[in-house]
Design a protein around this ligand. Sequence first.
Ligand code: GLY
Length: 334
Amino acid sequence: MKRRNFIKNASLTGAGIAVGTALVSCAENTSKEKKAIANSTIKATLPLVIATWHVINATAKAMEILQAGGNALDAVEQGCMVEEANEKGQSVGKGGLPDRDGNVTLDACIMDEHGNCGSVVYLQNITHAVSVARKVMEDTPHVMLAGEGAKQFAVSKGFKLEDLLTEASTEAWEKWKVEAKYKPIINIENHDTIGMLAIDKNGDISGACTTSGLAYKMGGRVGDSPIIGSGLFVDNEIGGAVATGLGEEVVKTVGSFLVVELMRQGKTPQEACEEAISRIVNKSNSDYKNFQVGYIAVNKQGETGSYSIHQWFSMTKFQDGVNEQIQSDYFNKS
Ligand code: GLY
């Protein structure tokens, strides 16, 4: 998968949402914030799915589930699984680039329309981290399982143990070891999470994200992707957001929760993503020129938005029969 091979698209904000199926009525919402959302005149055609980067096969799978009457939770899980199984994608699942010691370690999480969530961190030898996260959510009293405990749990649930380090990733790691330097490089495949948000025919929202994290990271490093509120947040009355890029910077601003809270205050998904990026780049000590962060978001009306620090971040959106890559607007135009 070449995520940098984007399709130029005039829309930067998810404009062009078709008028169609009205979403769930917000008539009972009483707070000022909820009214601000409910008063929007935009009605989106449902179902819809959005994802970080250029992942049209993943969004196609999610839409197949939604069109068959499946719920948003099944759609985001199965959509993310497409990328986890894609060995050519070196940032997710099988074929993900390893840490500096050659271990492929996965982080993933999932969140449903009831606010239930599950996550796994530092998971090894299991391709479908997002599905293990779902099992954590549904079959345990916990939210997060880590490392060996997460692996043992997955095995107890019937997940197959596999070697996730492919030949291509081994070769890349061997090359990296010659200098063994880590420096974030904007938009290369060493930090791009697959995050997905879907609204099903009932108007319910779910989200998921999955990643092998930063390539050649320190052993034990965990990023934003499995941290509920940082890599992903869903509030079924408001909307959802997911993050990609340098996880440390997302965690420091609790980015996805921030985007959803900004939408709660009445901002559009586009405005909320832009504000969340501005919190990162406007820090007094921000080194933003040297790393990338991107957000995508959807609100209850089905409006979508995406924004990043640097150029070439994109969102894939499948709605109304059109599965397209939408180039994101970005902050650093200097
Ligand atoms: N956003 C993925 C990571 O930093 O691990």
